[in-house]
Every structure is written in structure tokens, then in C-alpha cells.
Design a binder for this molecule. Structure first.
Ligand SMILES: Cc1ncc(COP(=O)(O)O)c(C=O)c1O
Length: 445
């Protein structure tokens, strides 16, 4: 027993944070890096391994952020590093839109296999989530020759003009950037915890009726090219729509000839304990937008659609860097690791974390709800449980305290703390994280 306990790694913090090297670098950063960045605490990484990240002063942190849900196989998984190194020795870039290379072809083949839907599919490769969304927006307009797009309040799809116009998560994302893209309509999101019509039980049905009876009264349903939805809203606060909503939306979209676009940028690649977040509901999307976890941290995104939808003319859409060979090699290694144990691990450890958080935090007066699936989990900090009024200031304090105890966490939405480590996290490592979280929450206020 003694030996087993000794083997469990814990965060190691030497002295006061931030240490001198972190502090010096952050001081320079403040002068030379864009002021629009949103850092919560002064963590400066020097190296990472699995779910552990060491800062430039040698402090060791347990990383439950995975670089905003990106390092799906943890930091520097040896198999991913090996795949990148092998590719690096061959060639770094050739531009997949103007030339051919096997890594991009093999990855497209693999994505066609693992994304549900008709067998014949095609992939467009991008460099980021926002670029995948831009591509999906263009694709649905091009394919349907319709103008309008439907999206949801609380949704986040990226920072480029199209993706920003589709997002409705925080006013700061849009403030000062008008005019935005026209033709986008936002429906309320069926959040079962804070339902817009104050009834969690009927919120899925009521939202569908709102779209069909109200929105389509002013904007004809058959003018919409696509409807964009995240299976779990990410930046909006890790909020899953009420059960059955996405399936209902899929039916409604079919009725009006609208393409269903699933934004799997944050929820995809095993994060929710299944390969795709939408697999928790019985739907087959028309278009899937991917990025973040796809290549364990190498920049890559993708849009996957049935071949009959992705049939635009040569030259209609392209880029220079999309489908970089190093990123494609990393993605193939990542998918292999996900299929051989990591998705299962995300599901198992995720259930354990959720049930511990529920048991140990749910009756705390400031914890409104523990929610999420797999390792896409969050707990919501409220001013009081009855009104469920978000307490963003207290949430930020929890995230900051965790940093000082050697645990990296991030906020999500107005008042949630998200828990999204690499999918390699062990049950023991997750217990170390939860012990820290529970200790902070129980001792606050
Ligand atoms: C669901 C979702 N879509 C799109 C994006 C945009 O991705 P990126 O930051 O890579 O442009 C994000 C980023 O957080 C996201 O969570």
C-alpha cells in the first residue's frame, strides 16, 4: 500500500508562483504579444509529458486543460512524436491543394471510415477550428445555393468573420467588429440547466417549435443552407443540449432541405467517451467540422462530408497549409491511439470523475451543477442554487487557486470550470486532480 501511494505522481511547486523565469517571460510577453489573448494565470510551459506539464522554473503541474482540449493523447505521446519525427525526416510541406502526398490521402481515407454516414465521403483539410467552420459555411451555401444559416445562442465556432458571426457566446467576441456576416439567425439553445423558457422537461421540444413556428415565420425555412450546432457547447460552458434535441433538429433540417453541420471541433476525437460527440444521439450529420484533438497538438482541422455534398468545382475552395504532412502523420497516430484504448479510457475515467465530483461537490451551496460527458466535464459556480445566477468571479478564483496548487484548469462560459485533460489520464491521476478541486471548493467563501 505504501509503495502504491509513493508511485502516484503529485504536482510539485517550489516556493511562490509564478517563479522568477515565468515572471520574467510574462513581463516580456505583456510588451510584445497581442493584448487580446486571455490568459488566466502566468503558467509558462517548458515541457510536457502525458497529463503533466513543467514550467520554466521546474514546477510540475497536473494539466487538466490539454491546451484547450487539444492534446488528446496527452503531451508528447511517444507514438505521436515518432510519427512526426519519421515524417520530418522525409519532407515538411508540399501544399496538399496543389500536389499529392500519401499522408493526406491516408488521413482522408481514415476520416471517411470513422465519420458515420454514407460510405463515399470527402475531406477538406484546414489549419484550425475557425477555418473548418468557414469551409463548412461555404460548402453548405455552395451546395444548396441558399443564403441563410441557423446557429444557437451560447454557441462558439471561432474568431474569423464567418465563424464569429455564427458564434453567440460572449459579447466581447463581437464588440467593435461590426458589420458581421449577414444572413445568420440564432435560435435559443435548449440548455436543460438554465432553460430559456424555464422548463427543462420540454425545452428540447419547445426549441424545435420556436425554430419552426417563430423563426421560420420570418425567415422561410427553405432559405437556410445549414444549421450549425456543437454536440456539447464548448466555450459556452460545456453545456449539452437537452436529450433528443439534436435528433429532432436533424429531422427538422431534413424537412426543409437544410444541411446539418456538427461542430465537433471541441467534442470530437474521443473527448466525450465516444469518437464523436453526436454519437450520444442517434443522428447522421451532413457535414462535420473538426480540429483541436485531431492531431494531438499539431495544427490541423478538417471538414468531412458525403462525396455528393463535397463536390464543388476545382478552385472553389483551397488553402496553402491545410493538411500539413507532419500534422497528418500526427493525426493518423492519434486516431490509432484513440481507437486502441484512449476513447475507452476517456469514458471510464470520465464516469469516475463525474461521479466523484457529483458526490463530493453537488451539495455545496456554490456548485450549481456537474455536467458533461467523457472527459468533457464541468462544474458550474453559482451565487445561489435557487436562482442559478452565474458567479464568474468565484469561478475565476477557483481556477487561480488550482494553479497555485499545481493543477491547471480553465473556465468555460460565464461560470463553469472545465475539466478536459488528455485522454491518457489515469484514474489515479484524476483522483489527484479531484482531491485538489474538492479541497479548494470546500474551503472557499
Ligand atoms: C466548438 C468550437 N468550434 C470552433 C472553434 C474555433 O477553433 P480555433 O480556435 O482552432 O479556430 C472552437 C475553439 O474553441 C470550438 O470550441
Amino acid at each position: 500500500m505504501k509503495n502504491k501511494q509513493a508511485a502516484i505522481r503529485k504536482p510539485k511547486i517550489k516556493g511562490k508562483l509564478p517563479g522568477p523565469k515565468c515572471k520574467a517571460l510574462v513581463d516580456i510577453d505583456k510588451k510584445v504579444v497581442s493584448t487580446s489573448y486571455t490568459r488566466s494565470y502566468p503558467f509558462v510551459i517548458a515541457k510536457g509529458e502525458g497529463v503533466w506539464a513543467t514550467d520554466v522554473d521546474g514546477n510540475e503541474f497536473l494539466d487538466c486543460t490539454a491546451g484547450i482540449a487539444v492534446n488528446s493523447t496527452g503531451h508528447n505521446h511517444p507514438k505521436v512524436v515518432e510519427a512526426i519525427q519519421k515524417q520530418l525526416a522525409k519532407f515538411i510541406h508540399m501544399s496538399g491543394t496543389d500536389f499529392y502526398y500519401e499522408e493526406q490521402i491516408r488521413l482522408a481515407q481514415k476520416l471517411s471510415e470513422i465519420v458515420p454516414g454514407p460510405k463515399a465521403k470527402r475531406t477538406f483539410f484546414t489549419n484550425s477550428g475557425a477555418e473548418s467552420i468557414e469551409c463548412a459555411m461555404k460548402l453548405v451555401r455552395y451546395h444548396t445555393r441558399r443564403e441563410k444559416l441557423l446557429a444557437f445562442m451560447g454557441g462558439f465556432h471561432g474568431r474569423t468573420f464567418g465563424a464569429m458571426s455564427l458564434s453567440a457566446s460572449k459579447a466581447i467576441h463581437r464588440h467593435g467588429f461590426s458589420p458581421l456576416l449577414p444572413g445568420i439567425v440564432h435560435a435559443p439553445f435548449p440548455d436543460p440547466y438554465r432553460p430559456w423558457q424555464n422548463n427543462a422537461e420540454t425545452v428540447a421540444k419547445d426549441t424545435l417549435s420556436f425554430i419552426e413556428d417563430r423563426i421560420f415565420r420570418y425567415h422561410a425555412g427553405d432559405e437556410f443552407a445549414g444549421v450549425f450546432i456543437e454536440p456539447i457547447q464548448g466555450e459556452g460552458g460545456y453545456v449539452a443540449p437537452a436529450t433528443g434535441f439534436i435528433a429532432g433538429l436533424s429531422k427538422l433540417a431534413k424537412k426543409y432541405g437544410i444541411l446539418l453541420v456538427l461542430d465537433e471541433v471541441q467534442s470530437g476525437f474521443g473527448r466525450t467517451g465516444k469518437m464523436w460527440g453526436f454519437e450520444h444521439e442517434n443522428v447522421t450529420p451532413d457535414v462535420v467540422a473538426l480540429a483541436k484533438g485531431i492531431a494531438s497538438g499539431m495544427p490541423l482541422g478538417a471538414v468531412v462530408a458525403p462525396a455528393k455534398i463535397m463536390s464543388w468545382e476545382s478552385g472553389a475552395h483551397a488553402n496553402t497549409f491545410g493538411g500539413n504532412p507532419l500534422s497528418c502523420a500526427a493525426a493518423l497516430a492519434t486516431i490509432d491511439l484513440l481507437e486502441h484504448g484512449l476513447i475507452e479510457n476517456a469514458s471510464k475515467v470520465g464516469e469516475h470523475v463525474k461521479s466523484r465530483l457529483e458526490t463530493e461537490l453537488a451539495d455545496h451551496p456554490s456548485v450549481g451543477e456537474v455536467r458533461g460527458r467523457g472527459l468533457m466535464l464541468a462544474f458550474d459556480i453559482v451565487k445561489d442554487k435557487k436562482t442559478k445566477a452565474p458567479d464568474g468571479a468565484l469561478r475565476n478564483k477557483i481556477v487561480d487557486k488550482a494553479y497555485h496548487k499545481g493543477l491547471l484548469l480553465l473556465g468555460a462560459g460565464p461560470s463553469a470550470v472545465r475539466f478536459c485533460p488528455g485522454l491518457v489520464i489515469s484514474k489515479d491521476e484524476s483522483d489527484v486532480a479531484i482531491d485538489i478541486i474538492v479541497d479548494i471548493v470546500r474551503n472557499m467563501r
